[in-house]
Design a protein around this ligand. Structure first.
Ligand code: BGC
Ligand code: NOJ
Length: 810
């Protein structure tokens, strides 16, 4: 069942009902100011860091779900309604939510009145615009009230949820223009040089800033007493919970329209200029911001700017084929999700609270892969920020906070795959941009500038960290965990509530990961390429030798007969082997080892992928392991705590499915790769939205696997490495256009269902117009560049500004 439809022309998903199977959300903002908005106007916003600089409050895990947002209430006579349907839930005559790129528009109609709310963050500004269009579509004059409402969060979202004894007494606001502008200035007089405000560009009949007064202590968002009574009380918050609500009295003749622009802004002021006079905050920067958005014309211009911004970004890679579902994912939604994950990492979604996690070291490096072609300069900065949290021995904090850019000690370190992802991120950036100078940048260790070394040296330490941590079989030690955060082979936890990721209660130098070995073989040569290009042949040779050695070890100690083993545990026993009772086979090493080319020539690769098909594939995607764990295995950690079929225990963990797609292209099997692509790609799942539940325009982290209670049900949409890896798989390996060090490789491995397609790819300032005539025989591509046949599959980079035409015949 569908709950909406794609509007490709406008790059929007159009939701037809507020009663989606789960709140279907969108993100606002792309640089510093971010918001989340659901199809019922639920959500919140923050400046840079969802934990440390939260602007509006949100209630997680609440009943009803999706509680708190930017609400507009209409009161006409005795009827009170929201254009977003919730929270009041008065039945609407019409409802539509359009989620677009960086904006959402929700329109509700009731009794001939149409109210449309457009939410977006203007490019380069630290505010949200809520542009409200009211239209009287009836033949009678209408008089009604419009109430705005949002609730301030007291900045630190975690403290805000826990420290009531203090926070109920700190809230402060200032009110100007009879409530036209409400300033939230809690803690401003002491250590904060920032405040927020909510403004409307029209006279107001009243306002409220105290939540209890507005809603009523025993009422909910669905029955605010001020709205029910139709009269603001002009309350001034003193402690408790500050909110911002304005009331506008509106009369519209038949057919008449009124446009309002509400601005929710965030302002930082210089310490020396905080005050206008005693206790009166300096409002100049807020007024300047408001002045840029105080008319419909200005708001329209900002929206147009935002649309242009996206149009330009998305012109970096586009495909035109006979399959709309493919085109809309590649051209619009997959790239959009990559931008969102690049910005948010795993911090703020409707499944991530924004207070638990900062930016992941491994996550952010992988997110880069799907983002780097959009704005390479931002990827560059991100790499330098990540690298600066690395330790001198090459290991890394598992996460860091975006506001401070410092490693987050609470989450710990010692995830032994982390360092290698840095090399992958750096290589992707250089291949995209050609900017080798990044390798010479001096970058701190553990944010200590006195310990700075070149980024190339950071990469070396990443590589060597593996070599310094080799186990008894010659394979890399896993440490706390590898990519699979829940395979905790040195953590024997029997204490409820203990964190599997930070508890390491055995001193182990035995548990080894075949997955990290695969990464080492795949990613190590990228570091060799870099040093060789910097002129250090000897180092390149050393690296290649180590990689060759590891490859042999994988085939010798990491092969189980029909697939690659997953690991060796603390006791030196095999994990992911035929001899195991449960979880005899895991997906990760099959993907990464084949991507690394291990066993391609000698046949293990094909065998491993056939085993994936046989044991791990199911109608909804490829599960992580099989059979699922049904018992707690003390020496494996978190993985077996999940019920069968969920998350890391035999869920379809969508992040690693594209590794198998890519692996299938490595051995030249386009039909398999395509089948796997379609199984988890959201646009192909639109018709089963009732089962899938999460948004049909973005990937979810996890789909319940074949052993689950409800196979096919997705969770944790939006913030997942799935976004970038699927984009890499489809754009670089199936459609087959991939930046390499010296040229754009064109090497399709695409289903014969798509007999012809065109890719337009921007790279290093030049544009490549690539036509692929596809027979589905991946092995035999012939390239013609600007009319001349060339040898091989690499189109040399052309000067910036030029257009290169490529014909690829497969
Ligand atoms: C999740 C992982 C996550 C880990 C640590 C697990 O339950 O599945 O994705 O990294 O917890 O928070
Ligand atoms: C989500 C985490 O963010 C990621 O780092 C990890 O690799 C996967 N879960 C698998 O555990």
């Amino acid at each position: 069942m569908r709950f909406g439809q794609f509007d490709d022309e406008n790059k929007e998903y159009v939701i037809h009902t507020p009663r989606t199977p789960y709140p279907w959300i969108n993100y606002l903002g792309s640089e510093e100011f971010f918001g989340l908005v659901s199809n019922q106007a639920g959500g919140y916003c923050f400046f840079r860091d969802a934990k440390l600089r939260r602007l509006t409050r949100y209630r997680y895990n609440n009943v009803p779900t999706d509680d708190g947002g930017r609400y507009f209430y209409v009161k006409e006579g005795d009827t009170v309604w929201n254009p977003s349907w919730g929270p009041v839930k008065t039945e609407l005559d019409a409802y539509e939510c359009r989620h677009g790129l960086g904006y959402s528009r929700i329109t509700g109609k009731k009794n001939g009145l149409s109210v449309s709310m457009l939410f977006f963050v203007p490019v380069g500004k630290t505010c949200e615009v809520h542009a409200v269009t009211l239209k009287n579509e009836s033949s009678q004059k209408k008089s009604f009230q419009l109430f705005s409402f949002l609730e301030w969060c007291l900045w630190n979202a975690e403290d805000d949820m826990t420290n009531f004894q203090r926070n109920y007494s700190t809230g402060e606001v200032e009110i100007t223009g009879g409530g036209q502008t409400i300033y939230h200035k809690t803690e401003f007089k002491e250590r904060r040089n920032h405040y927020a405000f909510y403004h409307v560009n029209a006279p107001v009949a009243g306002y409220d800033t105290d939540r209890e007064t507005f809603i009523g202590l025993y009422n909910g968002f669905h029955e605010p007493q001020v709205v029910l009574e139709g009269k603001s009380r002009n309350s001034k918050a003193a402690g408790w919970s500050p909110v911002a609500s304005q009331c506008l009295e509106i009369t519209l003749g038949p057919g008449e329209t009124k446009e309002l622009s509400f601005v929710l802004g965030y302002i930082e002021v210089d310490k020396s200029q905080k005050w206008e006079s005693k206790s009166v905050i300096n409002k100049k920067p807020a007024l300047d911001m408001i002045a840029t958005l105080d008319s419909k014309a200005k708001v329209d211009a900002e929206l147009a700017k935002l649309k242009d911004y996206w149009k330009n970004l998305l012109s970096g890679y586009s495909v035109k084929s006979s399959d709309d579902k493919l085109d809309r994912m590649v051209n619009i939604w997959n790239q959009y999700q990559c931008m969102v994950t690049f910005n948010m990492s795993r911090s703020a979604s409707f499944f991530e609270s924004g207070i638990g996690r900062g930016m992941g070291f491994r996550d952010s490096n992988q997110d880069l892969l799907g983002f780097v072609h959009l704005i390479p300069e931002r990827a560059r900065q991100r790499i330098l920020d990540i690298a600066a949290t690395q330790f001198e021995d090459g290991s890394a904090y598992h996460q860091y906070q975006p506001l401070t850019k410092r490693g987050n000690n609470a989450i710990g370190s010692g995830f032994n795959d982390d360092p290698l992802w840095l090399i992958l991120g750096v290589a992707a950036y250089i291949k995209e941009s050609g900017d080798f100078s990044i390798l010479d940048e001096q970058v701190a260790f553990d944010n200590d500038e006195s310990k700075s070394k070149s980024l190339l040296e950071h990469c070396k330490r990443s590589f060597d960290h593996v070599l310094h941590n080799i186990g008894p079989n010659g394979l890399p030690l896993i440490g706390r965990a590898d990519w699979n955060d829940c395979l905790n082979l040195n953590c024997f936890s029997e204490t409820p509530g203990e964190s599997f990721q930070t508890t390491e209660n055995r001193e182990g130098r035995t548990a080894e990961s075949i997955f990290i070995a695969g990464m080492f073989v795949s990613i190590g040569p990228m570091y060799a390429d870099m040093v060789e290009r910097k002129g250090d042949k000897a180092e390149g040779e050393r690296v290649r030798n180590e990689v060759r050695k590891m490859e042999r070890v994988v085939l010798d100690k990491g092969w189980d007969g029909d697939w690659f083993l997953r690991a060796y545990d603390f006791f030196g026993k095999k994990v992911g082997s035929k001899g195991n009772k449960e979880a005899k086979i895991f997906i990760e090493p099959q993907g990464y080892c084949v991507m690394a080319g291990i066993g391609v020539a000698s046949g293990e690769a094909k065998k491993a992928l056939d085993s994936v098909k046989e044991y791990l594939d199911c109608p909804y995607g490829i599960v992580l392991n099989n059979p699922a764990f049904t018992e707690y295995v003390l020496e494996y950690g978190e993985i077996s705590t999940y019920p069968a079929g969920y998350k890391e225990n035999a869920g379809i963990f969508c992040h690693n499915n594209p590794w198998i797609m890519i692996a299938e292209t490595v051995i030249g099997r386009p039909e398999r790769a395509w089948e796997y692509y379609k199984k988890i790609c959201p646009s192909y799942l639109e018709e089963i939205s009732d089962l899938h539940r999460t948004e049909p325009y973005v990937y979810a982290q996890m789909i319940a696997g074949k052993d689950a209670v409800k196979p096919g049900e997705a969770k944790n949409s939006w913030l997942t490495g799935t976004g970038s890896w699927n984009f890499v798989a489809i754009s670089q390996y199936l459609l087959g256009v991939r930046p390499e060090w010296d040229g754009l490789v064109v090497q399709p491995c695409m289903t014969k269902e798509i007999a012809e397609y065109k890719v337009v790819r921007r790279a290093r300032g030049a544009t490549y117009e690539i036509t692929v005539k596809n027979s589905g025989q991946a092995a035999s591509a012939k390239l013609t560049v600007n009319g001349k046949p060339i040898e091989g599959n690499q189109v040399p980079y052309a000067p910036a500004g030029s257009t290169v035409s490529v014909l690829c015949e497969v």
